[in-house]
Design a binder for this molecule. Structure first.
Ligand code: ZN
Length: 472
């Protein structure tokens, strides 16, 4: 009997996952303490409430952008980070003045459609543009059209974004916004109207970036709300020519210099090695940027504040990066990658929170093979928060995408985004959409992640090492 038990015990030891015993008992106890403390307080919610109340919308290149940077510097210094500094990010700017879209058809009274101009769209000539509508089911249908169906018309792309927990339905749908205006311009359209890339059935239009290869050939581009897009579709279905009038006021301005704001908890043993948590400080000009991305700012800051409150310092350094000008092209992220990629051997992990305030349900990571057991061990401490182990593909969030070609190891703490695109980039992105309990769950997850990543006995392999493994 005793012998059998010994054999059984040996077999059980053998079956233990590679992640067992990676972290010391003390480090695991601290991770659990961080997790529990995060859930007991509303520290994150206070931060996003303060940002959205004092500053409100803070589009890159506006006065509010500068105020947000000053707000951030003051907050991070008040919290007591070891170092706080700014890194400049310079870019061209654009701002919205107004937009108005109306529609007419035989037997139909003239009506206004709720709209928002897309970012970096040109103004219409004085008095606006009026033309017959050419409607297409999606971008592919527009691309397949004959030029004479489009020339001199106002294009309407009707595709609807479907709802999804992981947000994967956004990428395909957003093509209509990012590429549709250029395609329509190339085919001789006068202007373009798209159905909002969002899932709300309220009358809020969804803005966002569009880009033209050549700004001199840019055409005015606006999004209309989902119910207004339905209305326009029904009018077209009546079978008579439908005329749309688009009037947009918008201004391109001089280059502006904003800043990535960075704060550090300096590591006690390997301060040169860094765990980087990101979020973006800018927002669109509509709403108050509560979900996008005040929530992310709050989550990572609260997580780091919990770690600063400990009696001990982490072994490696932890940095917060509040990225500038994400909404208008990941500009802060691009500058950061350019400035720091030669030092990526010292960057352990990047993880950005930029998907609203829904609860985290899964962790995924892009790390070297040797470090995957560390991710498994971190997930074991996230399990009580309802966070499952995902796969070995991750982007780290939008602002770390420019760092991926340089081999940055990244983690995704994937949030439930079922409702995110009801509010994203609309006037309806406001503080009341944030559930403080969900925000605290996020802060708990980031605190556990940052702490254990900073204490990990194994490096995550950022830089050439990871690139080599991914190549194989
Ligand atoms: Zn965002």
């Amino acid at each position: 009997m005793t012998r059998m038990l010994t054999v059984l015990a040996a077999a059980l030891t053998f079956m233990q996952p590679a992640s067992a015993g990676l972290f010391s008992d003390d480090d695991l106890a601290t991770a659990r303490e961080l997790r529990e403390r995060a859930l007991e307080r509303d520290g994150g919610f206070e931060i996003v409430a303060d940002l959205t109340t004092r500053i409100g919308p803070r589009m890159a290149g506006t006065e509010a952008d500068a105020k947000a940077v000053a707000w951030a510097e003051e907050l991070l210094n008040d919290i007591g980070f070891d170092r706080v500094w700014l890194e400049p990010v310079t870019f061209d700017t654009w701002h919205r003045d107004y937009e108005r879209v109306t529609v007419r058809a035989p037997g139909v009274d003239e009506q206004e459609l709720v709209s928002l101009a897309l970012g970096f769209t040109p103004a219409t000539p004085e008095g606006g543009i009026e033309a017959e509508v050419a409607m297409f089911a999606d971008l592919a249908a527009l691309e397949a059209a004959e030029p004479d169906e489009v020339e001199g018309r106002i294009v309407f792309i009707a595709n609807r974004m479907e709802r999804s927990r992981d947000g994967s339905t956004y990428g395909p749908a957003v093509q209509a916004r990012s590429r549709g205006p250029q395609v329509a311009a190339d085919m001789g359209a006068e202007a373009i109207v798209i159905r909002s890339i969002g899932t709300s059935n309220n009358r809020f239009a969804h803005t966002g970036m569009t880009r033209f290869d050549d700004e001199t050939q840019a055409i005015p581009a606006v999004a209309i709300s989902n119910p207004d897009a339905d209305q326009l579709e029904r009018m077209v279905a009546l079978g008579e020519p439908v005329t749309v009038h688009v009037d947009v006021g918008a201004v391109y301005s001089e280059p502006y210099t904003s800043h990535n704001v960075i704060a550090e908890i300096t590591g006690s043993e390997s301060p040169e090695k860094i765990v980087a948590l990101g979020a973006h400080l800018d927002s669109w000009d509509v709403g108050t940027g509560a979900l996008d991305d005040g929530a992310g700012i709050a989550i990572i800051t609260e997580a780091a504040r919990l770690i600063l409150d400990l009696d001990e310092r982490p072994q490696r350094s932890i940095q917060l990066i509040y990225f500038a000008a994400e909404e208008i092209g990941l500009l802060g992220g691009r500058v950061w990658a350019e400035k720091h990629h030669e030092n990526f051997g010292n960057y352990q992990l990047g993880a950005e929170s930029d998907f609203g305030a829904g609860p985290v349900y899964e962790i995924g990571a892009r790390v070297v093979d040797e470090a995957w057991p560390v991710i498994e061990a971190i997930q074991a401490e996230l399990e009580p928060l309802g966070i499952d182990l995902g796969g070995r593909e991750a982007s780290g969030g939008p602002d770390f995408i420019p760092s991926l070609p340089h081999g940055l190891a990244v983690v995704d703490l994937r949030q439930d985004g079922t409702d995110y695109f009801d509010y994203h980039h609309t006037e309806n992105d406001t503080l009341d959409k944030i559930d403080p309990e969900n925000l605290a769950q996020n802060a708990a997850a980031y605190a556990v992640l940052a702490w254990l990543a900073a204490q990990s006995p194994i490096d995550f392999g950022s830089g050439p090492e990871l690139l080599e493994q991914l190549d194989q």
